[in-house]
Ligand binder design. Structure first.
Ligand code: HGY
Ligand code: MN
Ligand code: MN
Length: 419
């Protein structure tokens, strides 16, 4: 069915922007920054807030053992594989207020708007709020969509441990999630397709004055944890010639990460050392142990693997020259994702029928769509990010752009749920 055959779908921008603003204030950082880490008291309040929206929208609410939340609108043919949308509400420290939330609340709004327009979906429509899209607490992102798609073994997921030694399993149970993690795995054919609305987190749509972007591929992310061990000792008593300083070695490794990424083929390889933990962290003690967390990505998997190999080998050569030891663990290393052509076309047709400009693009950030692609064809709709900023308090997307994104999402979902 075409969007034009739909009764006029009116997205209630005031309602949605009000909910986004209310959600942005459920945070452990001062507004407009947002910190909302998995299963913390603040994040649990945010989950309750979303549950209230789902219930008021008259959608059937379900939680799974991993903490994913589902809001379902039964179709006229409920046995058919459903059409899903959604995103996340957790946020890294001092992030922005639109990353994830635009797609999580925008997905619910798309279902509400279709329902209020009198649309009747043949396939059920389901909005998902995925648990733990960000890697902040357990070092690995997209834990909810990995659990749904079988991209992580339940045993490994249960045993992931945070900086305080708390496991995912204990943290989820303390948050009220029950049932076996293995039961979070989606049955085959649960979904016909999955379509996620998200902010671009880059500058292209704004620079080109495009209303929306349609994602064709999502970059391949990997994260390494590098532990550097030296001798440590007294900052006054140990002479420079006798030192095996773990931090100065780590500093060379950090610069090596940047050098390797800058030298990689083309501009699509990126690498970042986002976390540096120094032990014992005393001004008068030579660091004996440093842990670095390195994020490396490329839109091509082989090029990403080459980047990671280079990062590993330069870390080892620093270690041998400085006579410290390095231990390198791979926290995750995921494939790139190709979006489903029929989902891409549904988005393009919905944008065209709404008279909105749209361009194809890749996503350099990863998303839950990266893992939902293991169970069904996926697509993503991007809306512009002011200045291309994200993962910082200045992150901003205008109300008009958000509403347009939800209008395109609603049109594409209507089409996908009708055939
Ligand atoms: O890091 C990412 O790409 C996403 O924001 N978790
Ligand atoms: Mn993010
Ligand atoms: Mn995100």
């Amino acid at each position: 069915m075409s969007v034009s055959e739909l009764p006029e779908v009116r997205v209630d921008g005031e309602r949605l922007l009000g909910e986004l603003d209310d959600l942005s204030r459920i945070s452990d950082a001062p507004h407009p920054a947002v910190t909302r880490v998995l299963f913390t008291p603040t994040e649990l309040v945010a989950r309750e807030f979303v549950r209230g929206i789902v219930t008021r929208a008259g959608l059937a609410l379900r939680d799974d053992p991993a903490g994913n939340l589902f809001a379902r609108w039964q179709g006229t043919e409920p046995d058919l594989p459903a059409v899903a949308t959604g995103s996340h509400i957790d946020a890294i420290p001092f992030a922005g207020r639109f990353d994830g939330t635009v797609g999580a609340l925008g997905g619910i709004e798309a279902l509400r708007a279709l329902r209020e327009a009198g649309f009747r979906p043949r396939r059920s429509l389901e909005a998902i709020v995925f648990t733990s899209e960000e890697p902040t607490r357990f070092g690995v992102g997209c834990l909810g969509s990995r659990a749904l798609s079988g991209a992580i073994e339940p045993e490994r997921l249960a045993e992931l441990t945070d900086a305080d030694g708390e496991t995912f399993d204990r943290a989820r149970q303390a948050a009220g999630c029950s049932g076996a993690l293995a039961d979070a795995r989606l049955p085959r054919d649960a979904y016909r397709c999955f379509l996620e609305l998200h902010i671009e987190q880059g500058p292209i749509l704004e620079q080109e004055r495009q209303a929306v972007g349609v994602v064709t591929a999502i970059a391949a992310p990997s994260t390494l944890r590098i532990t550097v061990r030296g001798d440590g000792g007294h900052a006054g008593a140990v002479l420079m010639a006798e030192r095996r300083d773990a931090l100065t070695a780590a500093a060379e490794i950090v610069l090596g990460v940047e050098r390797v990424a800058r030298a990689s083929e083309g501009a699509d390889g990126v690498a970042t050392t986002g976390i540096l933990e120094v032990h014992p962290g005393a001004s008068n003690s030579i660091p004996s142990r440093v842990r670095l967390t390195v994020d490396a990505r490329h839109i091509d998997r082989d090029a990403r693997d080459a980047l990671v190999r280079e990062i590993r080998s330069q870390a080892r050569s620093v270690a041998s020259r400085r006579q410290v030891t390095v231990r390198i663990e791979t926290l995750h290393s995921d494939d790139p994702t190709a979006c489903g052509p029929e989902v891409v076309q549904a988005v393009e047709r919905a944008a065209a029928e709404l008279g909105l400009s749209c361009r194809r693009m890749v996503s350099r950030a990863y998303h839950d769509a990266s893992f939902m692609a293991r169970v069904c064809p996926v697509g993503m709709i991007f809306v512009p990010s002011a200045g291309g900023h994200s993962h910082r308090p200045e992150e901003f997307t205008s109300s008009e752009d958000i509403v347009n994104g939800v209008r395109v999402l609603a049109g594409a979902l209507a089409r996908l749920a009708s055939d």
